[in-house]
Write a protein that binds this ligand. Structure first.
Ligand code: AMP
Length: 311
């Protein structure tokens, strides 16, 4: 892996990562001059198989893959503790290396938000449905840091997980609205063999809560299966999913929304939709979703089958 940083190695920060914008852009300038295609995978670290799927997608389509690892303070709400976010830089580094990442970007907070920083990117109404109300300012933080990463890396393609369905919608809208010359690629959700969507936040779950958390994907996948068998009544699909979710401590939302506009779809499901859930299991807030769309269902099933076969 070509590392360009002149920073000293520490146990927390592997020495062949780039910690400054300057060192990263120096590397990228050469690659771009050589006409190489650059892919960006933005992450907050504590990497798992979901992040690996994004990296695999980039490695397959790009000559150079940049993975950023940055726990972005501006997307955390007042009740979310930034310092508690799980971190494992050395393991992250190993995963990046084995997955074929070309450049790792691990900036300090002051590199991204230097003293005097004051300009933000405010998403429009697309940020309001689903978790917008519960997490005020969250998507402003996401849109701002992603814009900054896009400007720093100037990738040809950027990879995001379907697991964060709403985030994908906000970023796609932002790219359209601001004419950002980047192709956004959405990668299907990677799940544990029992269905739980991989997430860095799963590390917060106690063993008992980890078992209870399965009910979210069980509900979603049951509704998806019913949809696959021809059920098209949105209330019945939601009720079917909800029936599995009695074990969660707080169901924040369980909604069937238009896959593009994110508006709730009442009555008949007559277009591609997503069934989205956010819930607290113990003190951990988890999100998940499935697409109800015949074409993408078969793709998601294929990914799940491949993941199961590999694990
Ligand atoms: P995070 O590090 O949680 O901010 O996530 C970084 C990227 O990885 C985002 O685009 C997420 O949507 C994506 N991601 C997280 N979990 C998964 C998963 N289970 N499957 C696919 N992508 C994921």
């Amino acid at each position: 892996m070509p590392g360009c940083s002149s920073h000293p190695a520490t146990s927390r920060r592997p020495d062949d990562a780039n910690h400054t914008i300057k060192s990263l852009t120096q590397c990228l300038r050469g690659y771009r001059a050589a006409g190489l295609r650059v892919g960006l995978v933005p992450t907050m670290g504590f990497l798992h198989g979901g992040h690996r799927a994004l990296i695999n997608g980039s490695v397959a389509r790009c000559d150079i893959t940049v993975a950023s690892i940055f726990v972005n303070s501006t997307q955390f709400g007042p009740n979310e503790v930034l310092d508690c976010y799980p971190r494992a830089l050395e393991q992250d580094h190993e995963l990046c290396r084995t997955a074929g990442v070309s450049l790792i970007f691990v900036p300090d907070a002051s590199e991204i938000y230097p003293p005097g920083f004051q300009t933000t990117v405010e998403p429009g109404p697309v940020a309001e449905p689903l978790c917008g109300a519960e997490r005020p300012g969250h998507f402003r933080g996401v849109a701002t840091v992603v814009t900054k990463l896009f400007n720093i890396v100037q990738p040809d393609l950027a990879f995001f997980g379907q697991k964060d369905f709403k985030q994908c919608a906000v970023i796609r809208q932002m790219v359209r609205d601001l004419n950002l010359p980047i192709e956004i690629v959405t990668v299907p959700t990677v799940r544990k063999p029992d269905g739980l969507a991989l997430s860095s936040r799963n590390s917060y779950l106690s063993p008992v809560d980890r078992q209870r958390a399965r009910c979210l994907s069980q509900g979603l996948l049951a509704a998806q299966a019913a949809y696959g068998e021809g059920e098209r009544d949105s209330e019945r699909l939601i009720a079917m999913a909800r029936a599995h979710m009695s074990e969660v401590d707080q169901l924040q939302y369980l909604q069937l929304v238009d896959a593009r506009a994110l508006e709730p779809v009442p009555g008949l499901v007559d277009r591609p939709t997503a069934l989205c859930v956010a819930a607290y299991v113990g003190t951990t807030r988890l999100i998940d979703n499935v697409l109800l769309d015949i074409a993408s269902n078969s793709r998601a099933d294929l990914v799940l089958a491949q993941h199961r076969a590999a694990s």
